[in-house]
Design a protein around this ligand. Sequence first.
Ligand code: SF4
Length: 469
Amino acid sequence: MKKKNYVVIPERELGVHEECGVIGIKSSTKKELARDIYYGLFALQHRGQESAGIAVSYDEGKIAYYKNMGLVSEVFHEEELELLPVTDTAIGHVRYSTSNSSNVINAQPVVFYGKFGRMSLAYNGSIINADVLKNNMIQRGHIFQSSTDAEVICALINDCIKDNVEEGILTASRMLHGAFAFVVIIGGKMIAVRDNHGLKPLVMGERNGEIIFASESCALDALDATIIRDVEAGEMIIIDENMQISSRCIASACMGPCIFEYVYLARSDSTIDGVSVYDSRFECGKKLAELYKIDADIVSGVPDSAVVAAFGYAAASGLHYVDALSKNRYIGRTFIQPDQSMRENSVKIKLNAFRSNIKGKRLVLIDDSIVRGTTSKKIVSLLRHCGAKEVHMIIASPPVKEPCYFGVDMDTKEQLIANNRTEEEIRDIIGADSLHFIPLDLLVSSCGGHKYCTGCFDGNYSVDLKEKN
Ligand code: SF4
């Protein structure tokens, strides 16, 4: 039988891959919370398109769940939502795999039966000592089913529980090194944890007395909830069965969140750790305009994450903003790979140029980052092919020179175009008329001037890599 030509297309071929999104809702009354989680997951879809899942607590300790491969809209229909009982405690997850395999066994939330009955966890991050922890537990008789850190965390929590669940989660969290933000449900309780560098975002919101945790505030907006505050770095928040909120310290905070959230990962309408993603991107664009005055006719941004920086550039430079590229928003997890003759032009399936906007024009094109460079090259070529007279690329982040060990999919130095190349060499490869990057200090000041992880740009990671297994 002829083999079908279906393949999984890595979702963020247009840049780096995305991380996971988590959400949890704790209510004082039983209701169809799975539906709210579903809408929240829609708002977090940009953080992961590989799989989606929802778990709800019911009947004092039982957990019902459904998860599968695909977009939220592909995984959940009326039928699946109706299967999930009314509840006062629910969590959800969207996933993009980085180092782990693309398989439903790795989908989240993870649900398991442990010392205190059923428990479920939805997690975003990368644990750099996961293999050490896992091997240690295997030696002591544990078995594992998937290749995810999430399962390691669940097993570790169960291992650490003596006679109190919260103490077990606290102890386990203290043993984890790396980036993590997760929500757990057990019985009628919800527990949210963020690593002590705050590498992964996790915000707490409120809606009519309900408490909601989410990776980004855009999910709170979707549910008509308001932000209470971000979960602090190194904090564990417990919402008990009676909606009593308490906070524990897992480790003293040493704030160093991932600056790439502002560059690319997060949605522009989110606020993370009190800093508006939109404002930081707009500010980057303004700073770029002050720094690089290009003799050009128009400015545009690569959709979606660079558009705001391009607005900022236009505002500060006086150049007219136009749409140069249109993005197809309806490409799901899988589609049929173009044949060899189309493959070189595969970017055209995702992006198309507005010919009449760019024909004969000298264009400044802002992008959020250059990681591998392959897409930038195709975009420049597409714009020239469609009539642009000049293409000057300006990047709203510094060159990515180092791998990320914390869940963002740029994990080897060799795959990075800026590894051992000058900016002129990169410009030559991508075929732009000129190429500029924002200096790191200006990126940091655009994002509020806080202390951030900037490891992929300058090697200064928030977490000591000596902990890496
Ligand atoms: S290395 Fe880069 S992508 Fe990774 S956590 Fe640090 S800033 Fe974020």
